[in-house]
Write a protein that binds this ligand. Structure first.
Ligand code: F6P
Ligand code: MG
Length: 441
């Protein structure tokens, strides 16, 4: 088989990877430093002088990190001993091995973008865990929570819609059920516009009722495999025997509005009996600003349960119950916050790969998952998705992603070129989206 193409990298001056490393990542670090500053009195109240010293330490480590990045210093090994430290340091060795002598050391502007961007978030985490007693502080928590509050109107409309739908679900014919499924899939897709790393950590919420925009947004779906998802899940439903289990896995992306859209979809999958269990996969540490951790999931469900909107609160209570009775299961795994492409999963995290094999369908939410699925490489636009997965086929899977990186596969001949002529920023603005499926048809 031919060698896969090279990785996206900030060494390509002017590329989106370059602009991200040059502008967006220092901005994210600066915001993290500001956040720590703003919490100084809270740290003092909780931990006294020790808290203030820890805040100073974390800030100095983050300033150092920002300086290393901006001056393109070599990537250094992690020092704090954690479950993933060896894997990270081995991967750094591997990156070293990819370079010729004349290339020097792996560095921020020379190495693959996926590696250095993930490394930035891991180093940020290291700075925090090296600063006890504030070592459990999530510098992105505030922005994630704000994203949720700013999207209230849309969340209320969505919950009202879901509860009405559940009330009448038994009366729907196949076609109506399919239409509802497609509606909620699209809501989950556009929910992915609300990530907070593209905006450099700034606000990006869903201020209007998303359901009113679905028709207008259809033209921006570049690959639409929703029919495959329907036929797969409705086949599973028909073939299901008493007591047998059909699991859908959702590899979550951002907290806030996007997470609500994913939970609404998950609720619908159970209510419609298209699946019998939903397994969510989230991040173990704060990641790419807005990615969901267990704390975010619990926080969102609690906010909803105790809010004073009848249907939002009903959703919150139902969802808490799904978790309690095991119809919704939350998993996390260090692999999701490693820099590896997913084709490396069977080697690096065979337990996770074996777990994913139990799914009848895996939904991968968001852009970073797409980059990892396709290895973050400079593929031609027309390369089939199956090929770009480089052997990663644990179960039928679908990427649900708005485009925020210069990578897209599986397009029709000429489609990418036409899009470039129409809108030079189509790959990175988050305006376009895909439902891209891989699996037996
Ligand atoms: O630069 C934008 C970016 O940080 C990309 O690196 C990354 O793919 C994306 O944002 C995160 O988006 P998502 O939350 O959809 O994975
Ligand atoms: Mg994200």
């Amino acid at each position: 088989m031919a060698e896969p193409p090279p990785f996206l990298s900030a060494k390509d001056v002017g590329s989106f990877a370059y602009l991200t490393i040059k502008d967006r990542t220092p901005q994210i670090l600066t915001r993290a430093i500001d956040t720590l500053h703003r919490h100084k009195s809270e740290f003092f109240e909780k931990h006294g002088e020790e808290g203030v010293e820890a805040e100073k330490k974390a800030i100095s480590l983050l300033s150092k990190l920002r300086n290393e990045l901006q001056t393109d210093k070599p990537i250094v090994p992690l020092v704090e001993d954690c479950a993933d430290t060896d894997l990270w340091n081995q991967h750094l060795e591997y990156q070293r091995g990819l370079l010729n002598e004349s290339d020097g050391q792996p560095s921020w502007f020379r190495s693959p973008w996926l590696f250095v961007e993930c490394y930035m978030y891991r180093r940020l985490h290291e700075a925090i865990i090296q600063s006890p007693p504030i070592n459990g502080f999530d510098v992105f928590k505030e922005s994630k929570d704000q994203n949720f509050f700013e999207s209230q109107e849309s969340v209320m409309a969505l919950c009202t819609h879901l509860q009405e739908l559940i009330r009448t679900i038994e009366d729907l014919d196949e076609n109506q059920l399919k239409n509802e499924f497609f509606k909620l899939l699209q809501i989950s897709l556009w929910g992915n516009k609300c990530d907070l790393s593209l905006s450099g950590g700034g606000s990006s919420s869903q201020k209007t009722n998303i359901m009113n925009s679905l028709e207008d947004l259809k033209q921006f779906i570049l690959v639409n495999d929703m029919e495959h998802l329907w036929s797969l899940l409705s086949k599973c439903k028909k073939a299901r025997e008493n007591m047998s289990v059909d699991r859908v896995y959702i590899v979550l992306d951002n907290s806030g509005f996007e997470l609500v859209t994913d939970l609404v979809l998950a609720d619908f999958l159970l209510s419609s009996k298209l699946a019998t269990e939903i397994h969510f996969h989230g991040k173990m540490i704060p990641w790419f600003v807005s990615d969901t951790t267990i704390h975010d999931l619990n926080w969102v469900i609690k906010q909803m349960k105790f809010c004073n909107h009848k249907w939002m609160s009903k959703c919150g209570a139902n969802w808490e119950n799904y978790i309690k009775v095991g119809r919704w299961v939350y998993h996390d795994h260090i692999f999701w916050t490693l820099p590896h492409e997913y084709s490396a999963m069977p080697l690096v995290a065979p337990d996770l790969y074996a777990e994913l094999q139990k799914a009848c369908l895996i939904l991968f939410k968001g852009d970073l998952n797409y980059r990892k699925l396709t290895g973050d490489r400079k593929w031609d636009f027309t390369v089939p998705f199956h090929q770009a997965l480089c052997g990663f086929h644990p179960a039928p899977l679908c990427s649900i992603r708005t485009l925020k990186a210069e990578i897209q596969v599986g397009l029709q001949p000429g489609q990418g070129e036409q899009l470039t002529a129409l809108d030079p920023h189509w790959l990175t603005s988050g305006k376009y989206g895909v439902f891209q499926f891989d699996g037996p048809l």
